[in-house]
Write a protein that binds this ligand. Structure first.
Ligand code: SAM
Length: 234
């Protein structure tokens, strides 16, 4: 199951040179084998390998197997952390069906660690693995202040706040289940006091506790997306 950039349509012949090693050496596929292709726009297509040589691999699209649905309207915003953990967050957000992933710079964020090209590669790999036909939109990192200045009026923001004692996260989410949502997770050092105040003051903000213990940012991202999935996902 492979992601490709090309348009997918009946009879289209695609050059899969970039995936030649995986297809011929790892999967040991030969001409005639069927593969599943998706590009994030045209659903999933069944294709047959026409050539499966060391250098040249081509496939012909036979028919659409899965239509192009849109994932639930969830955005994940997170302050980038150590590289492997940021990669983990992006991978899990793709698996959980986030529509948009947005790195956010906060006061305690180490901004040098974000490599959008690498993060997109993780999104693609996760989409290939999890059977989704959509690759989340990955936005360029943006400062928290700028993000909040232009926050859309019609989107709720699940502010994951380890100081939000006693907040009923599930209740808050279920009450507004049909709304558009975004989740925001702070960096390992947490949000600065003024950032947390600004987040709380946003009228679309719903401060949410993820339990009595302080979770690592990557754990918090997965926990928050799972909560959202149960309360609001389809
Ligand atoms: N400021 C904290 C500290 O150093 O004590 C830790 C921040 S935590 C490692 C990183 C982020 O995960 C937080 O900013 C928050 O968004 C989220 N988080 C962690 N535990 C949480 C909890 N129990 N409830 C809600 N959010 C949590």
């Amino acid at each position: 199951r492979l992601f490709v950039e090309d348009d997918l349509a009946e009879g289209a012949v695609l050059n899969l040179a970039a995936q030649a090693h995986y297809l011929t050496n790892v999967m040991r596929l030969q001409a005639g084998a069927l593969v599943a292709l998706f590009n994030g726009r045209d659903g999933e297509w069944t294709a047959r390998l026409v050539e499966a040589g060391k250098r040249r691999v081509t496939a012909e699209c036979l028919g659409q197997a899965v239509g192009q649905g849109m994932p639930p309207d969830l955005w994940l915003l997170f302050a980038p952390i150590k590289k492997a953990r940021t990669d983990f967050i992006v991978e899990k957000a793709t698996e959980m069906g986030a529509r948009r992933i947005q790195p956010v710079f906060t006061r305690f964020t180490n901004s040098e660690r974000v490599r959008p090209d690498k993060l997109r590669a993780h999104c693609i790999e996760a989409a290939e693995q999890c059977g989704g036909v959509y690759v989340p939109e990955l936005l360029a990192p943006t400062p928290l202040d700028k993000l909040l200045d232009t926050w859309p009026a019609d989107r709720r923001l699940m502010f994951c706040d380890e100081t939000a004692d006693g907040m009923d996260a599930m209740g808050a989410l279920t009450a507004a289940g049909g709304d558009k949502w975004a989740i925001i997770i702070g960096p390992e050092g947490g949000f600065a006091t003024e950032e947390a105040e600004r987040l709380r003051a946003l009228s679309q903000s719903v401060p949410v506790s993820l339990g009595p213990r302080i979770l690592r940012a990557d754990t918090a991202a997965v926990a928050a997306m799972a909560l959202w999935q149960v309360a609001c996902g389809d």
